[in-house]
Design a protein around this ligand. Structure first.
Ligand SMILES: [Zn+2]
Length: 268
């Protein structure tokens, strides 16, 4: 439970903390929403945003994990270094004094931020040009020895994400298949968001992204809903899987064992 007075006090502390630890001034928009106030001329190099290419519309949303905490993410997104990395939104998770589900707009979506370069999806280079980047504060995973451990996402953070996504989907007419993860557009080098990201809950609870309704979970219904031009193989084979990924838009050019156009294993 959270009374208004208590939340307001906690959030005011957050704003002060951000200024103390990063030098960034945030404008409080209310309802747990904040907006980055651009640095003035003398420190304008700390404003990491650009114009999108002329005529470029926003078609896609890319989800990320920050890996570091919120303050280190905000520092990275305003350090004035090359390349100037940033994302449009950062959403907090509960971490010590930091409340969960605060949404910080670092870059307004009509402008461009650099959160996905290099990248490639559905034949297009550089997703920064057409995407909105949303960073979920969190480590994603940690490797210990030969094992990889994944961190669960904070439910309050996911709820705030859903509210933000619903607004952006409406405002920019984003298609369900265009809510993607960073790993989708850079599969060779990126792992965010991780396998614990609740895509299914996002679809079932909030009607966002792609999913199957209960009675659609049969091969026949799936094939009807998402028709593919490839014949199903008799049994699983890697070439078919590779070709399906290619059809969905993934960059499989690096996987040169298979010839996507021929739909079969490439002779070595
Ligand atoms: Zn990322």
């Amino acid at each position: 439970m959270c009374c208004l007075w208590f939340c307001a006090a906690v959030n005011a502390d957050f704003k002060k903390d951000v200024y103390a630890k990063t030098g960034i001034t945030l404008k409080d928009l209310g309802k747990n929403q904040y907006q980055f106030v651009p640095f003035e001329e003398k420190r304008a190099h700390r404003n990491h945003y650009f114009m999108r290419p002329e005529g470029q519309t926003v078609t896609t949303i890319l989800l990320h994990d920050t890996v570091g905490g919120v303050f280190s993410a905000l520092n990275k997104f305003s350090d004035g270094k090359e390349p100037p990395l940033n994302a449009h939104y950062v959403i907090t998770k509960k971490d010590g004094q930091v409340p969960a589900g605060l949404v910080i707009e670092m870059v307004p979506p009509p402008l461009m931020a650099q959160h996905a370069w290099p990248s490639w999806f559905r034949g297009k280079d550089d997703a920064n040009q057409y995407a909105i980047g949303i960073e979920l504060v969190g480590k994603g995973f940690v490797d210990q020895g030969r094992k990889r451990y994944f961190y669960a996402y904070d439910p309050m953070q996911i709820k705030a994400l859903a509210v933000l996504l619903a607004r952006l989907v409406k405002e920019y007419a984003i298609r369900p298949e265009n809510i993607l993860s960073h790993a989708d557009v850079s599969p060779q080098r990126k792992y965010d968001v991780t396998i614990l990201f609740p895509w299914r809950a996002l679809y079932e609870k909030y009607g966002l992204g792609m999913g199957l309704d209960g009675d659609e979970r049969t091969i026949q219904r799936i094939m009807k809903k998402f028709p593919v031009s490839l014949a199903l193989p008799e049994k699983f084979n890697e070439a078919f899987f590779q070709n399906m990924l290619t059809l969905l838009g993934y960059d499989t050019r690096f996987a040169d064992d298979y010839d996507a156009s021929a739909g079969e294993k490439r002779a070595k």
